[in-house]
Design a protein around this ligand. Structure first.
Ligand code: ADP
Ligand code: ZN
Length: 600
């Protein structure tokens, strides 16, 4: 029997385990059950793939994401692993052949959709075949908190009854304690060893900036940081995704829209181009993302604010699954706050439900306005702890300036009060700044004591004050009168002078900041060689009908650039190059490197 370490090296081409992979793998190889909670990109797959290769028999992987099975299996085959899948997309003859391979012990790994696994026919088949383990991927699907595959997943408790001696490993990236408890009880995993890695995604850089000209800001972000990268841009409305996508195309980017209103064939085509081509940008509503396993998404940009931190974390989590540097970039502004608050106010549902929604929105707004480390706040929200500042979010990299906004806030609240809580921000700012226009004179607001008291702040500064007051729920938005602001109970302390308030000092644009490299590539990399290696990878991927990252990850190409291997044995030492890929692709890439060196 091969040791786990040997398999890691010879099959996958990796030098060391990422703890706690080693302990998980040891547990399962020895026949124990395990519950694994690791963030996206943490390396969950190896935790069952290696035990499946080390133990006798076939490892059965239960996954709800049928669309991904083909790619997962192709990737394993390129590593020389005998992998296959059984799901509803196969014709009967092919399915029978796969079942035969399974019975003859000719498979290392078999992916099955849960609804197929729980059919009596499949269970009987598995009963006659040599099985090394069951891996239950996306195990949070058993949770009662709204998952599409729940019914099928609930049946999986029968695995324990039907196959009591075969180890089971359940895996998820959903961290909260409630879901964890549910997985354990529903899947009968009371005896399982638990491996709970933190929730943190240290390679993702979180940034939230003020929105002033969304398209130009996005363009600049792409130009400066992701000129040739694949990424996702999220918008709230379908129309906006199409608008932004076509605008990006005009700017020379390979951008495609994606939303639930597009015909299924168009969606499938755009998704497949995103996976299979390089440098594609998907401009999407939240309909895009579930089950997207692309490891080299280098950025997730939000042009509109998500309604909850859960959604924000899930969407940004699609960046950088390969562990390389990635950006989570968002712009937001006063209008987002007002729009979302209004949507909440007017939403259907019980009072209790509304209150819960409000709280979640408040938490999201709080994250936007925070002046301390964003990652700390995020992890805190999920009951995970980070004691130090992360050093990889905007507030850590460029500490935010705060100012004593007590006086300004009091003026703003008083303007709301004196004008009868019937006006939106634009007019309130006019009152404070003493503007002379029709609306002011018609409403007699030039007679108010607050008229013109706020000339010391400019228009943007006042909008910033109002934004922060709404975000922190000192003010609410009236749904009857579009955008009118109202005082909330919370204001009392401020108005009476019993409370002070610190506000964020907004910075409009950050020019000449040193922290940002031009792209995510390390600076010592020769771009010409990098591009040549990418071309080589793309050609091989097209030949084999797989996405480029299945050939080699970016990380592996980067190491080729820095190590410049000149023989097969040197090439074999690059991270991500196992024996099979060395055989198959070594000489092609060596040739590219050699040409590059002789041309230089
Ligand atoms: P998850 O399923 O947890 O989101 P994956 O299993 O897809 O994560 O792994 C994420 C990436 O990390 C993959 O590209 C994988 O090949 C890589 N990886 C996993 N374990 C290791 C390791 N020990 N050394 C190097 N790379 C690893
Ligand atoms: Zn930080």
């Amino acid at each position: 029997m091969n040791t786990a370490q040997d398999i890691l090296h010879s099959v996958f081409g990796y030098a060391t385990f990422r703890p706690p992979q080693d302990r998980i793998i040891e547990t399962v190889i020895e026949g124990g059950d395990a519950l694994v909670l690791m963030p996206t990109g943490g390396g969950k797959s190896l935790c069952y793939q290696i035990p499946a290769l080390a133990r006798t028999g076939c490892g059965v992987v239960i996954s709800p994401l049928i669309a991904l099975m083909q790619d997962q299996v192709s990737a394993l085959r390129l590593l020389g692993v005998k992998a296959n899948f059984l799901n509803s997309t196969l014709d009967p003859a092919t399915a029978r052949q796969i079942e035969q391979d399974l019975l003859e012990g000719d498979l290392d790994l078999l992916y099955i959709a849960p609804e197929r696994l729980t059919q009596e026919r499949t269970l009987q088949l598995l009963g006659r075949a040599p099985i090394s383990l069951f891996a239950i991927d996306e195990a949070h699907c058993v949770s009662q908190w709204g998952h599409d595959f729940r019914a099928d997943y609930l049946q999986l408790s029968l695995l324990h009854e039907r196959f009591p001696h075969i180890p089971r490993i359940a895996l998820t990236a959903t961290a909260d304690a409630r879901t964890r408890t549910e997985i354990i009880s529903r899947l009968d995993l009371g005896e399982a060893a638990q491996f709970i890695a933190g929730f943190d995604r240290p390679n993702i850089r979180y940034r939230i900036t003020l929105k002033h000209n969304a398209k130009q800001q996005l363009l600049r972000f792409l130009k400066e940081e992701h000129p040739r990268d694949a990424g996702i841009v999220y918008c709230l409305s379908r129309k906006k995704t199409e608008d932004v996508a076509s605008w990006l195309q005009e700017q020379g980017y390979n951008a495609l829209p994606y939303h639930a209103g597009l015909p299924a064939s168009v969606r499938a085509d755009h998704q497949s181009r995103f996976l299979r081509q390089e440098s594609v940008i998907i401009v999407a509503t939240i309909a895009f993302g579930m089950g997207i396993d692309k490891p080299d998404v280098r950025f997730v940009a939000h042009l509109d604010m998500p309604k909850t931190i859960e959604a924000y974390y899930q969407e940004t989590g699609r960046a950088g699954r390969d562990g390389e540097a990635a950006n989570a970039w968002m712009i937001y502004g006063l209008q987002d706050v007002i729009k979302l608050r209004q949507m909440m106010e007017s939403s259907e549902g019980s009072l209790e439900h509304k209150r819960a929604e409000q709280q979640r929105l408040n938490a999201m707004l709080g994250l936007c306005e925070i002046t301390s480390c964003r990652r700390q706040a995020l992890l805190n929200y999920f009951d995970d702890e980070l004691t130090e500042n992360c050093g990889n979010c905007d507030t850590c990299l460029e500490p935010v300036d705060t100012w004593d906004g007590t006086e300004a806030a009091r003026m703003a609240l008083s303007a709301v009060y004196r004008t009868g809580q019937r006006f939106g921000v634009a007019h309130l700012v006019d009152v404070l700044r003493g503007a002379e226009n029709d609306k002011i004179f018609q409403s007699d607001h030039h007679q108010l004591p607050t008229y013109g008291v706020g000339k010391a702040l400019d228009n943007n500064q006042w909008r910033s004050v109002f934004r922060q007051l709404v975000a922190r729920a000192y003010l609410s938005v009236d749904m009857e009168r579009f955008g009118a602001l109202r005082l909330e109970e919370k204001c009392r302390g401020l108005l009476r002078g019993e409370e002070n308030i610190q506000l964020r000092r907004d910075v409009k644009t950050k020019t000449g900041s040193k922290r940002q490299t031009k792209s995510n590539l390390p600076t010592d990399i020769d771009i010409a060689l990098w591009e040549a290696l990418r071309d080589c990878r793309r050609e091989l991927a097209e030949e084999q009908g797989v996405p480029p990252y299945v050939i080699f990850h970016d990380r592996t190409l980067q190491e080729m650039c820095t190590e410049l291997p000149q023989s097969l044995s040197q090439f074999g030492r690059i991270t991500g190059v196992g024996e099979r890929k060395l055989d198959k692709y070594g000489s092609s890439f060596l040739q590219v490197i050699e040409q590059h060196l002789s041309a230089a």
